[in-house]
Structures are given as structure tokens and as C-alpha cells.
Design a protein around this ligand. Structure first.
Ligand code: NAD
Ligand code: TYD
Length: 353
């Protein structure tokens, strides 16, 4: 079996569902269930004996040692993290604790476990660390996209904490020989994404007739990847990736935020027309994010060349699926928009108007 961390969050839950459908191998899913973790994402697995859910912290060494000894996973896929840049600006402490100290504790537990395996199992073992393109910093309009060889230049507490965890993973391979793999992916979108991130926030606000907040001039550029394509890429890296290597994963789909928001407005107008008029009327330019990275772009040629992976969704097909999913799962959105969510909206947007 494999051990997944953070498998009740957005990408982790998509991965667990995808993994059980595609590979069918049992999963132990360790998740702390922070505000971002949600058992509703895994409701389809409630009666599936191949999925063992454990609520706990990756910083809990005793728990980790027990899980590794009991389940003897052949691989770890590490998603658990604090993941939202704006939250890292308001409160970086939790990012240091989970992304850096938590990853360190996990690496230490895994190193001890791996060191005790028989030779063949040691050789086949894998530790896959899921990271972000944000570690590379910000690009100018004409800069080449991020390659695996780019220098790390993280600019936010979030990206700095992910960069630190990437360095630890690298060091554990180099120093101890732990068979690691690191993936650095661009912005994901799709089902089960918490509505603090741009795309689900805009869908939820547009449906509720609320303002669609755009930071700065709306011309910050991100590369967007449909989450199902990310899951397939992780499966490819886990199965065929060369240990000690990093693989950049992207959608070949750079877009300014304003275009993303207008695309969502047009889709909602088509699928769920609003008597009050086109959703674009709700667009509201608000105070920019401090230190807002201007542009991210991914050169995903290495993973294509070595592992034969390319995204299958275009933005047009992926965003249509995503908008439809949110239209069909408004209960899910309503449940996560709890009191704590409303506090966050007030904290992040209250001072931007
Ligand atoms: P998310 O915030 O939706 O989910 C994170 C999950 O980790 C949650 O279920 C949460 O409960 C769990 N978690 C947090 N702290 C924990 C701890 N100390 N112990 C155990 N579990 C804990 O994040 P996501 O968007 O699904 O991102 C998953 C991973 O992918 C992260 O490592 C993130 O840095 C990386 N990533 C995300 C994106 C993106 O666009 N969302 C892009 C590239 C890389
Ligand atoms: P986000 O989804 O937070 O991802 P990241 O910052 O990790 O790329 O934001 C995506 C882009 O959208 C980013 O340039 C910030 C911008 N943004 C807004 O303009 N308004 C918002 O309310 C949010 C949450 C993000």
C-alpha cells in the first residue's frame, strides 16, 4: 500500500480517488483536517476497504512511527501543507510548522523506517514530495518558463516554506540516499478546491451575486493545470520517475487573472443565466496582495520527454468541467463556507475595499 499525507485536501483527495480508480492499490491517508481538509471530499470511499483514513499531524513522530510499522507502505506521497499565499501573509507560523518542521519530521520517520527494510524493498521504496512552481519566484513578461534547473527565489512565506521543504527532501536523497522524487506544479483547479483560491472563490461569489475581487490590475499571470492531469502526472512520476530528480508539471496554459475571471463569468452566464445581468458587472478591483508575484510559467518538457506525460485537458474543457462541478455541488460549497470561512473573508478582504 501507499501512504498519502494531506489526502483530505483539494489535490490530495483528487489523487486518492484517482489512485484507487486507476491503480487500485490500498491507501493510508494521514490528514490533520485543518480548515482545508474535508471528509466530504472522500465520501465516495466511505465503504471502500482500500482506504484507511487516519486523523493526525505529520509533525507527530510517534504517530508516524506507528503508522509506518503497522502498514509498511512501499511509498509516501506527501501533499500535506498549508497552501494559501494570503494566509501565509497574515500568519506565517503555521506554514513554518507544517511545511518545514512537519516535512522534516516526516522525512526523519521515513528515513528510520526505510533504513530497516530489506535490500530489495529499500531499492523500490519511494518518497514523492509534492511542491509548487512558486519556489522559483516571479518571471518578467519575456522570461523563459521555469525549468527544473532554475534558481530558487521564493517571495512569499508560503513559497519560502515550500522551498525549505524541497531543500530538505533534496538533502535526504543526497546525504542518506533516500529514494525521493519532487514535483513542482503550477496552479491547479478542479473539483473540491476550497473557495479561498481564485477560481472556486469567483464561482461561489458570482453565483451569490457578490463582488469578484481582483488584486491589483488583474494582469498577474499564472499557468493553470486541471487537477486530474496533475494526479496523472504524479502517478507517472511515482511509477517511472528517476529518484533524486525533480519534475516540473504544468498545463502549457498561461493566463492573466482578469481573463480567468471573465471566462468564468461567461460560462456561468451560459449555464446559469442571472436575471440581474452579465456576471462581469460584479468584477471589483481591490488592493493588491503584498509582494504579489507577477508571472509564473512552467517548462514541462522534462516530464514529457522522460515519462511521456502531457496534460489532456485544455483550459476550455477543464474550466467547463469545473464550473459544472461547482453548480452540481452547491451543498459542498455551503458546508465549507462555515463561520471560520466567513472570518477569513472578513480578514482578507475587509481591508482591501
Ligand atoms: P489544501 O490546502 O487544499 O490541502 C492541504 C491538506 O493538508 C488539508 O487536507 C489539510 O488538512 C492537510 N494538512 C495541513 N497541515 C497538516 C499537518 N500538519 N498534518 C497533516 N495534514 C495536514 O492544499 P492543496 O491545494 O490540495 O495542495 C496540496 C499540495 O500541493 C501542497 O503541498 C501544495 O503546496 C501543493 N501544490 C498546490 C497547488 C495548488 O494550486 N493548489 C499547486 C502546486 C502545488
Ligand atoms: P491563488 O488562487 O491564491 O493562487 P496563488 O497565489 O498561489 O497563485 O491566486 C491566483 C491568482 O489570483 C494570484 O495572482 C492572486 C489572484 N487573486 C485575486 O486576484 N483575487 C483573489 O481574491 C484571490 C484569492 C486571488
Amino acid at each position: 500500500m501507499i501512504l498519502v499525507t494531506g489526502g483530505a485536501g483539494f489535490i490530495g483527495a483528487n489523487f486518492v480517488l484517482d489512485w484507487l480508480a486507476e491503480a487500485g492499490e490500498p491507501v493510508v491517508n494521514l490528514d490533520k483536517l485543518t480548515y482545508a481538509g474535508n471528509m466530504e471530499n472522500l465520501a465516495a470511499l466511505a465503504d471502500d476497504g482500500r482506504h484507511i483514513f487516519v486523523r493526525g499531524d505529520i509533525g507527530d513522530r510517534v504517530l508516524l512511527d506507528g503508522l509506518l510499522a503497522q502498514h509498511q507502505p512501499r511509498a509516501i506521497v506527501h501533499f500535506a501543507a498549508e497552501s494559501h499565499v494570503d494566509r501565509s501573509i497574515h500568519g506565517p507560523g503555521e506554514f513554518i510548522r507544517t511545511n518545514i518542521e512537519g516535512t522534516f519530521t516526516l522525512l526523519e520517520a521515513v528515513r528510520a523506517h526505510w533504513g530497516g527494510l530489506a535490500e530489495a524493498e529499500r531499492h523500490d521504496f519511494r518518497f514523492l514530495h509534492v511542491s509548487t512552481d512558486e519556489v522559483y519566484g516571479s518571471l518578467g513578461p519575456r522570461d523563459a518558463p521555469f525549468a527544473e534547473t532554475n534558481a530558487y527565489q521564493p517571495n512569499s512565506p508560503y513559497s519560502a516554506s515550500k522551498a525549505a521543504s524541497d531543500h530538505l527532501v533534496r538533502a535526504y536523497h543526497h546525504t542518506y540516499g533516500l529514494p525521493t522524487l519532487t514535483t513542482n506544479c503550477s496552479n491547479n483547479y478542479g473539483a473540491y478546491q476550497f473557495p479561498e483560491k481564485l477560481i472556486p472563490l469567483v464561482i461561489a461569489n458570482a453565483l451569490a451575486g457578490k463582488p469578484l475581487p481582483i488584486y491589483g490590475d488583474g494582469m498577474n499571470v499564472r499557468d493553470w493545470l486541471y487537477v486530474g492531469d496533475h494526479c496523472a502526472a504524479i502517478r507517472a512520476v511515482l511509477t517511472r520517475g528517476r529518484t533524486g530528480e525533480t519534475y516540473n508539471i504544468g498545463g502549457w496554459n498561461e493566463m492573466p487573472n482578469l481573463v480567468i475571471v471573465k471566462t468564468i463569468c461567461a460560462l456561468l452566464d451560459e449555464l446559469r443565466p442571472d436575471a440581474a445581468g452579465p456576471r462581469e458587472r460584479l468584477i471589483a478591483f481591490v488592493k493588491d496582495r503584498p509582494g504579489h508575484d507577477r508571472r509564473y510559467a512552467i517548462d514541462a518538457r522534462k516530464i514529457e520527454r522522460e515519462l511521456g506525460w502531457r496534460p489532456t485537458e485544455t483550459f476550455e474543457t477543464g474550466i467547463r468541467k469545473t464550473v459544472r462541478w461547482y453548480l452540481e455541488h452547491q451543498d459542498w460549497v455551503a458546508h465549507v463556507q462555515s463561520g471560520a470561512y466567513r472570518d477569513w473573508v472578513e480578514k482578507n478582504y475587509g481591508a482591501r475595499q
